[in-house]
Design a protein around this ligand. Structure first.
Ligand SMILES: [Zn+2]
Length: 172
């Protein structure tokens, strides 16, 4: 069972579910000025954020998010299924991810030149990527032969790799 926090204006929908690994917060919608992070219950020291449903983040949403992260600096975070909107922010904004956070998985957009279709492919820590540490730089190993779900042609990554994977290679 989970609590459901729905912003009345419908910008961002956050659902909280308890699991053996901790509280899992599912985010869906747009992180903008309507997001009321202060009303979200955040029980326990370890939080898991499922961010696969975040479609868009604007500058006012970022401000609210960063303030919220600062208020929770005593907690540790797992970021799961980060959408492209989230990865873009992780890459450009120092402080978007708290220092006590771990990116478990994130989506990479792929495009099919043959039919114009595409798909989001999940990259998982320990599988398709490994984050850099103080002693070694990170690694990205994209799945070989990503097939278009519609026409079975081989898809290409639809991001600029040096930018999109920046947060993985970055050493702290
Ligand atoms: Zn295709």
């Amino acid at each position: 069972m989970g609590a459901r926090i729905v912003d009345s204006s419908g910008g961002l929908d956050i659902t909280v579910r308890e699991s053996p690994e901790g509280s899992v917060l599912h985010f869906n919608g747009c992180v903008d000025e309507r997001a009321r992070f202060g009303t979200v219950p955040v029980p326990g020291p370890n939080l898991i954020f499922d961010l696969g449903g975040v479609a868009l983040i604007n500058s006012l949403g970022i401000r609210g998010w960063v303030n919220w992260m600062r208020e929770m600096r005593d907690k540790s975070f797992t970021f799961r299924r980060c959408s492209k909107a989230i990865v873009d922010q992780i890459n450009v904004l120092e402080g978007f991810l708290p220092p006590t956070s771990f990116v478990e998985s994130f989506f990479v957009p792929y495009h099919c030149d043959a039919c114009g279709g595409g798909e989001q492919i999940l990259f998982r820590h320990g599988e398709e990527f490994e984050k850099g540490t103080a002693d070694r730089s990170g690694r990205v190993s994209p799945p070989t032969g990503a097939e278009c779900p519609k026409c079975r042609a081989r898809m290409e990554m639809d991001v600029i790799e040096s930018k999109y994977f920046r947060f993985i290679r970055y050493r702290r």
